[in-house]
Write a protein that binds this ligand. Structure first.
Ligand SMILES: [Zn+2]
Length: 58
């Protein structure tokens, strides 16, 4: 898939090409917010804790 939205680094205009059609500056692909490794890890720990508690109350 190559339909990534790009954004001009100079005027912040969104476009699909590597060069801003408005000012001619280079555009970049803004990195979308993702789940941080920390969040994944905390989810994993929560799960481990549930297992651990189940064992304690076994
Ligand atoms: Zn621009």
């Amino acid at each position: 898939m190559k339909s990534l939205m790009r954004r001009c680094g100079a005027c912040s205009r969104y476009s699909l090409v590597e060069k801003c059609p408005k000012c001619g500056a280079a555009t970049v692909v803004p990195i979308p917010p993702r789940y941080s490794p920390e969040d994944r890890y905390s989810g994993y720990r929560k799960r481990m804790r549930e297992i651990w508690e189940a064992e304690q109350h076994g």
